[in-house]
Design a protein around this ligand. Structure first.
Ligand code: MRU
Length: 359
């Protein structure tokens, strides 16, 4: 690790300031960064998952508006066209649309589009960082409670995908309470779902936890149910890409099956989110949240490093077998113990959500 626990930052070493991001496609094999200097590069980085994770996509989109403002030399009408391209670069994580809309709304009466966009993007990211801190505190209080009630000395937390600092500035959502637990001296061990097909758990979450010296074990995606049946999971914490008004949660494909297993085994199942992840326009998440379908090649090929240290992609399926690749699924609210937000913990229930966040 290069001593930098940030997924993105502004870099003014070049002629025009640009956005520098960690290339998450290459982790954990290679730590490398990319310079995003125009709208096309921003859009491609989101689409090809150089950057990923709902929060970081939103953060990159906000800075993307700043980069686009430089590109269009302060012309708001031209900026609108660039904003539309950024807004539609991925469909499920609502933080992307939220960040673009917020930036454009703030800039609509601006006299100095470039400076104002820069300031607004920095502000949005500073707020996200504070929200991540609050999620860390509220979530860790729950960890402490569960550990106390269990009478054990070590807590075992299962997580799916990557919802750490690579996914949300500054410490993530699902992993933020775990980082806080480490600070509070709690003995914590994390079960890391590999998260096929792109393996964000095995490659990114495991890498993050290794950087911070947090005990963890990578498991094949289908292992969680078995562990839960044998009392080896005390709680589950995942992040989310979009939460509908009734508390249904869209998150990385496979989350729903973990929630079913947790429900069947009385294991508390928490979802950690900043309030920007709510989509109040969608009442029923199972029916209404758009689910991204990505290239089938992500299922058919797998990336790894060979014994000579060379990163390679290999096919693991018969050449002509078709495959399908849904990126996300929706966990119904009834399977969720609680939503850990920057404004406290809330039941995944339409009325409770309305009361707390819209009242
Ligand atoms: O396809 P990805 O890697 O962008 O999906 C990320 C996830 O599903 C995370 O769990 C989610 O964004 C929550 S962290 C904000």
């Amino acid at each position: 690790m290069q001593g930098n626990y940030k997924a993105l930052w502004l870099n003014d070493d070049l002629f025009d300031e640009c956005l520098e991001v960690i290339d998450q496609r290459q982790l954990p094999f290679v730590y490398d960064t990319r310079h995003l200097t125009n709208t096309e590069e921003v859009v491609n980085a989101i689409k090809n998952m150089t950057v990923r994770g709902a929060g970081v996509i939103g953060s990159v989109a906000a800075f993307g508006i700043y980069i686009a403002a430089i590109e269009v030399e302060g012309d708001y009408e031209a900026l609108k066209e660039k904003a539309a391209l950024i807004r539609e670069s991925r469909p499920t994580a609502v933080n992307l649309m939220w960040a673009v809309d917020r930036m454009m709304e703030l800039l609509k009466d601006s006299d100095d589009l470039v400076d104002d966009a820069r300031e607004a993007a920095i502000k949005l990211n500073d707020e996200e960082a504070l929200e991540s801190q609050k999620i860390a505190e509220y979530g860790c209080n729950i960890i402490e409670d569960i550990l106390k009630k269990s009478g054990k000395t070590e807590i075992n937390i299962l997580t799916h995908c990557n919802a750490g600092w690579l996914a949300v500035i500054d410490e993530g959502t699902a992993l933020a309470p775990i980082y806080e637990a480490q600070r509070r001296g709690i003995d914590v061990h994390v079960w890391v779902d590999e998260t096929r097909p792109r393996n964000q758990g095995a490659s990114l979450t495991a890498w993050e936890l290794s950087q911070s010296g947090i005990k963890h074990t990578i498991i094949a995606d289908n292992t969680g149910g078995h562990l839960m049946q044998h009392g080896m999971v005390d709680m589950v914490i995942v992040g989310a890409d979009r939460v509908s008004a009734n508390g249904d949660v869209a998150n990385k494909i496979g989350t729903y099956l973990k929630a079913l297993a947790a429900h069947d085994n009385n294991v508390p199942f928490y979802v950690a989110i900043p309030t920007s992840t709510f989509d109040f326009e969608i009442r029923d998440g199972v029916k209404g949240i758009p689910i991204e379908e990505r290239s089938a090649d992500e299922v058919r090929f797998i990336k790894g490093v060979d014994s000579e240290g060379v990163v390679r992609e290999v096919r693991i399926t018969p050449e002509d077998s078709p495959a399908i690749n849904y990126g996300f699924d929706v966990t119904p609210a009834r399977l969720i113990t609680g939503l850990i937000t920057n404004r406290g913990v809330c039941e995944a229930d339409f009325d409770k959500i309305q009361e707390k966040f819209r009242g």
